[in-house]
Design a protein around this ligand. Structure first.
Ligand SMILES: Nc1ncnc2c1ncn2[C@@H]1O[C@H](COP(=O)(O)OP(=O)(O)OP(=O)(O)O)[C@@H](O)[C@H]1O
Length: 369
């Protein structure tokens, strides 16, 4: 592989950003390879947008470096970085036509009028908006404006595309449609590195090759999307991504030869689950169980069955969301049952079963910092 190809498209090295008394990023290291899509997920205020701003050059780090294709661009002005940026509020220029909006980033690049027109047409074609060049932003719907914002970012043919909540201003139906279009865009730009900030986990799961989970100005976990979802390395990621319940457990036995299956004790009962790490006997761990992984059991007998008291039942169309409490410890769990089953009564005691493969052990939560 040539050196250029092996270099990360984007690399943050120990980047710290402060806004007066707030540390928005604390020594962030992040590497995104050419052609990969990374979703940044995390609670509000965890530093996701700041990470994008520092890559785009809109914020200067107090410490650390920003590299694009191996080149240190920390001191480079945003316009010189050649990064495409799409933000949630479209941010089109209202007094410029669609043609002029999309051509905006191409100014000063020494292109002829003909080349400029071709580039704009090409970018608009990607988002299926080539017929709208003469209109003004106010004459377009929200979804169309967002497509133009994407075309404007693409017109400069950026090796790096940053998307900050690009669909959040759209209604649910349009968001679904645009999500499919972003997937198509992803296929059409196989070499572009994309970093995607979203609150919507569905978007992240549908689009991203990798997910990076942020918490309090730091990156907590990053991995290939499927692996991070199915084998979250921390309780925080398990509960943030997919809303897993975390139950406290103590390891009773662990045989690495037995496919990493571990016997744990939860609220006085024995369970067997997978442990993706080497668990020591007597160690305190958490068991991460996604709400959809629990099924109603006929009786209290059998593997991984436990009694709970139903606290509340909420109908959600395709499913019921139950809040239940373990009978022994009152630890609370969210459980999703398909709407095809008869929901249990509030205050009744029921038995739930978790299949071995639907739960995973994670280290017990330790406080951050
Ligand atoms: N211009 C600013 N001035 C002062 N503080 C700021 C500024 N921008 C962001 N912050 C603070 O920096 C921290 C990180 O903000 P950032 O916008 O990066 O978070 P985020 O993870 O993108 O949040 P959200 O999901 O709510 O958009 C927050 O505590 C925020 O209040």
């Amino acid at each position: 592989m040539s050196q250029e190809l092996s270099l990360a498209a984007v690399e943050l090295r120990g980047v710290t950003v402060r806004y007066r008394d707030t540390v928005a990023l604390s020594g962030l290291n992040l590497s995104v390879a050419r052609g990969r899509t990374v979703a940044l997920l995390g609670p509000s205020g965890s530093g996701k947008s700041t990470a994008l701003k520092v890559i785009a050059g809109f914020e200067q780090p107090a410490a650390g470096q920003v590299l694009l294709a191996g080149k240190d661009v920390t001191a480079l002005a945003p316009a010189k970085r050649g990064v495409g940026v799409v933000v949630q509020s479209y941010a089109l220029f209202p007094h410029l036509s669609i043609q002029q909006n999309v051509a905006f980033g191409l100014k000063g690049r020494g292109l002829s009028r003909q080349q400029l027109r071709e580039r704009v047409a090409e970018a608009l074609a990607v988002v299926h908006m080539e017929k709208y060049t003469k209109r003004y932003p106010a004459e377009l719907s929200g979804g169309q404006q967002q497509r133009i914002a994407i075309a404007r970012a693409l017109a400069i043919k950026p090796p790096v595309l940053l998307l900050d909540e690009p669909l959040s201003a759209l209604d649910a139906q349009l968001r679904q449609q645009m999500l499919a279009e972003l997937q198509e865009l992803r296929r059409e730009l196989p070499d572009t590195a994309m970093i995607y900030v979203t609150h919507d986990q569905q978007e992240a799961l549908a689009l991203a090759d990798d997910i990076a989970v942020m918490r309090e100005a730091r990156l907590v976990d990053m991995d290939v999307t499927e692996r991070l979802y199915h084998q979250p390395p921390s309780g925080f990621t398990a509960s943030f991504l997919g809303g897993a319940n975390l139950l406290s457990a103590v390891v009773e036995s662990f045989k690495p030869t037995d496919d990493g299956v571990c016997t744990v004790r939860i609220a006085g009962r024995q369970f067997r689950f997978r442990a993706p790490f080497e668990a020591a006997i007597g160690e305190r761990v958490s068991v991460a169980i996604r709400p959809y992984a629990c099924q109603l059991a006929e009786s209290i007998e059998g593997e991984n069955v436990f009694p709970v008291i139903v606290h509340s039942v909420q109908w959600r169309g395709a499913s019921y969301r139950l809040i239940v409490r373990l009978t022994e410890t009152a630890e609370q769990l969210s459980v999703d049952l398909p709407a095809t089953v008869l929901p249990p009564e509030v205050a009744s005691t029921i038995s739930l079963r978790v299949r071995r493969e639907d739960a995973v052990l994670v280290p017990a939560e330790v406080a951050v910092r």
